[in-house]
Design a protein around this ligand. Sequence first.
Ligand code: SF4
Length: 299
Amino acid sequence: MLKDDILRLKKETKTIILAHNYVESDVQDIADFCGDSLELSRKAKDCDASNIVFCGVRFMGETAKLLSPKARVIMPAANAGCPMAEMCQADALRAWKADNPDAYIVAYVNTTAATKALVDICVTSGNAERIVTKLDTNRPIMFLPDQNLGANLNRKLGIHMMLWNGYCHTHNHISTNDIQQAKVLHPDSPVIVHLECKPEVVEIADAALSTAGMITYVRNSSAKSFIIGTEEGMIYRLKTLFPDRSFYGLPHPILCPNMKRITLPLVYDALLGKGLEIQLPEEIMQRAVLPIERMLEMS
Ligand code: SF4
């Protein structure tokens, strides 16, 4: 069986497989570790593996490479990118900085390494609130690239960060109507949505969290069932962790097509070195790791 072959090859090649919570269930099953961006960043930093197969989108593989520069980081699906990360290109940010030299730049970790090389600090959806609250700056703050996450932080913290005009197609697509319909179908289930959803969606949900935050929420809740407003892979992850609870999706499937590009046959090929190896110019490596390290120190 392919799964057995993958597990054997993983051992033989001394490879660690990291997988984001949004990848297909069979890929989650063979991973050494599943998690959100923050958890995977920490794992990449702490593991001393010489080979990492990263089942996620490209910016995540780049982050793993920045934190574990000696490791060979292979992406199983060369074309798995994050459209939101592509919405803030380094050239556009460089031009913006030239016009706004005083701005302090907070970047969601969903950014390319080239863009990270131009920012002051990174955040994930799991630590953004904590880090933005602690920032000690009188400078105007630009939050990029996710305008929804930025707007949700502005509203919750009563602050006025400038927002880049990026967004995640997958989460931006979720409407208040979807939430209302799901509530009618499952009236006793709290609604948990991702912080990348629009502010009006967050407003009518019971909680807006990162995927790791969703796991903690469920663990600490006495509810028996939950409505989950994020990519469907998370529903599988929650069902695996909490088999005695029920998890419902929204009336239409919430899918990230890029995460779904990662399949077991591609993971097998990646273990043979056939995927896309992340390689970054040295000057980008040196500069882009700084805002991530700042984030890890503060989170
Ligand atoms: S779910 Fe959205 S933010 Fe996450 S990788 Fe897919 S497109 Fe990017």
